[in-house]
Design a protein around this ligand. Sequence first.
Ligand code: 5AD
Length: 361
Amino acid sequence: MLFTQALQALKQEQLNVDIINAVLTATPDELAELYSAAYQARLKIFGKKVFLRGLIEFSNHCSNLCHYCGINAANIEQLRYRLSSDEILECAKIGSQLGYHTLVLQAGEDPIATHRLEDIIISIKEKYPHMAITLSAGMQSYDTYKKWRLAGADRYLMRFETSNRELFAKVRPGTTLDERLQALEWLRDLGYQVGTGHLIGLPRQTNADLAADIMLLYKIRPDMIGIGPFIPHPATPLAAYPHGSIDTTLTELAILRLALPYVLLPATTALGSLQSDAPLRALSYGANVIMPNISPPALRKLYAIYPNKAGSLEDVSATHERILNLINKADLTADFSRGDSLLATYRQTDTQHHAPSESSH
Ligand code: 5AD
């Protein structure tokens, strides 16, 4: 397929593997056109808004053995920490003082920390009723997700990481893609706004895998999508592999902005950790969310899912300022509202006006 045809289709929110391949092999001039179309799509729906979410990394204990992740259970060199309930509430207070209206509570799969989560959600909602709570605490039972939802959690982030079943089973020993996709369905059924996504450039990931990842996102139509390049961590089985491509990540962000225009799309930390100007480009091509870290500065470097994570050595106000400057530099505007998903409302206008039916893809 020619690039011009692919771009035309994308502008009508269509997506298939041919379109993806035409875009992934585009020339620099063609990519410039793609990026400008993606920027226009974000302006049309979100204007210049970039939503801020305060990220609290509340435990780096993890019972999983994911080959890509630096805090996997087998990494015995990693110092471990777990924030107390009071410490988490202190972070929430800081987030609230900065004016954020979403807190993202993220941790490894740590049974002790997750056991306390219900009470923490209740306390945060009591103190800050206008705060949206996003959880990112991995695979849990349906009943646990339900308990957290009833306690007041609004959103859940869990990437499927790769849509290739064999690769998934290899890099996430003891877990399956199907279980993960099932859990995402449970979350949706329970009324969470759901975010998912994948890693770009995992070892042995082919271009066909990448296209399948993008197609899976298109099929799921999540409220939020988190994608980022794989970054090798020295104390993991994948230490010797190269990192994923920044350009491919940016191109995929633009594809997603066009194919799923309503979606909340963060400029993820992994991008900025590899190249300092990548987040600026992400914002210019369609990203509309940033998650400033509000975890205790002294502990940040311990949440080392990959090395040299951007912001690991900053304190809370330095991170906040850096991100406000970045948004300014992109000629966009920091938005401090909850920034809830537009999926439900977009769907209505979608079917009324222009979107092709799902069965036509
Ligand atoms: N490089 C990039 N991203 C990583 N993640 C975990 N380990 C790495 C790594 N080495 C991502 C996963 C996970 C998210 C919280 O961090 O995609 O879902």
